[in-house]
Design a protein around this ligand. Structure first.
Ligand code: ZN
Ligand code: ZN
Length: 397
């Protein structure tokens, strides 16, 4: 039913041409945060070897940058964001990529402030939002690798659970609810690179959740998605309203398609919504058989995404057809009753493998995306929880 006119012909379709003297290699590395301990482990996917253990100040949520050169460990309860050099250096040489693998290391430079939560890496910079201050700190990977975070700061009107993102030369920042800043933000303000407002507030009551796909960004609002695209002088922003035929609900967590321009969002406890902003009929609801634990898009097989439900089943979603095409039982049940931050599995996709953290079993489960069968396990000390995968293939000259 949906056509997806905006196939992004990106890295996924590039073919590497190998000079005769070079060796082709592939390397994937996982960064795994413990649920209760303030520790992040780096694990090489091929052999399961722990190649780094990093002691932090609080349990972390992990995010990777666009280059995959660094992983950010956001420690909300320690008022700090630490940065790990992944040791994976992928360099575009035009007709091929170079891959250089070294040991991961914790960088000395950190970004500090009151209650960091949302992280957005976009257009070459990273925006960290510190809820306790209502301040966004914008940093570059290059400065951090050089040893000095040197953040640019953008202050909102009040402390709030907010978000910021760089968009080309501009900055997008959430606008707190003027009646009660402890409620979710009411919209997005576009700023110049110097921090001056451009136009008025783009209304997005109940703002939560953000993602980028191709050159487009989206934010979740009560009434729909706020879509940001490149404009003539400044980003163009529009609301894509939820259609009347969707049930009551909203999306508050968004992922962006890679190599295929779409967004995948949560929608109520037991569904996800596929959004193609270029289509008249932009929203497609996919109901899941049980409540959703986590979901992820597949960067290597752009047509597919995965969702784990609380019964322990992993579902493969065809986002173009907006339907579940395969299901397999993977973990014990993980009930969604209880606290939102109880230990439950998280999904990452690493090249030709899906990795599922199974915190109560103390393992990473490695799953074949074609068959959804578990092919092997990697034992991890403690309770493996949040995780990201970095890596790829390239030449060693
Ligand atoms: Zn090269
Ligand atoms: Zn949030």
């Amino acid at each position: 039913m949906r056509i997806f006119r905006n196939l992004l012909l990106s890295a996924a379709l590039a073919v590497a041409v190998a000079p005769a003297h070079a060796e082709e290699g592939e390397h994937w590395r996982l960064f795994v945060a413990d649920h209760g301990e303030s520790v992040v482990r780096a694990v090489d996917l091929a052999d399961g070897a722990v190649v780094g253990t990093f002691e932090l100040s609080a349990p972390a949520r992990l995010y990777r940058t666009e280059s995959e050169r660094t992983v950010f460990a956001v420690q909300r309860d320690a008022d700090a964001v630490s940065v790990i050099d992944t040791g994976i250096l992928l360099e575009d040489h035009g007709d091929h990529a170079d891959l250089d693998v070294s040991a991961p290391r914790l960088l000395e430079a950190t970004v500090e402030g009151d209650r960091p939560v949302h992280f957005v890496a976009h257009d070459g910079r990273v925006a960290l939002f510190f809820d306790g201050e209502g301040v966004a700190r914008i940093v570059t990977e290059a400065a951090l690798l050089d040893g000095d975070a040197n953040p640019a700061e953008i202050s909102a009107e009040a402390p709030h659970h907010g978000v910021a993102a760089t968009f080309g030369d501009h900055i997008l920042v959430s606008v707190p609810n003027p009646d009660d800043p402890t409620e979710l933000p009411i919209g997005i303000q576009v700023l110049t690179g110097e921090g001056d407002p451009v136009g008025g507030v783009h209304a997005c009551p109940g703002l939560h959740g953000e993602a980028a796909s191709g050159s487009m960004m989206a934010f979740g609002c009560e009434a729909g998605l706020l879509i940001v695209e490149s404009g003539d002088d400044a980003p163009s922003v529009r609301l894509l309203p939820y259609p009347d035929d969707l049930p009551e609900g909203k999306t508050g967590t968004l992922l962006g398609g890679v190599a295929l321009r779409y967004f995948l969002g949560n929608y109520g406890p037991d569904a996800v919504v596929v959004v193609d902003p270029s289509e008249e009929d932009a929203f497609s609801l996919v109901r899941l058989p049980a409540r959703r634990v986590d979901f992820a898009v597949d960067p290597a097989r752009p047509r597919f995404a995965y969702a784990l439900t609380e019964d322990g089943d992993l579902h493969k979603l065809d986002v173009m057809a907006a339907e579940i095409v395969a299901t397999a039982a993977i973990t014990r049940p993980y009930s969604m009753d209880g606290h939102w931050s109880d230990p439950r599995p998280r999904i990452a996709v690493a090249g030709d493998e899906i990795v599922l953290s199974d915190p109560l079993a103390g393992v990473l489960r490695i799953i074949d995306p074609e068959t959804l069968q578990e092919t092997r396990r990697i034992d991890i000390d403690g309770m493996p929880y949040n995780l990201v995968a970095v890596g790829g293939s390239g030449l060693h000259h």
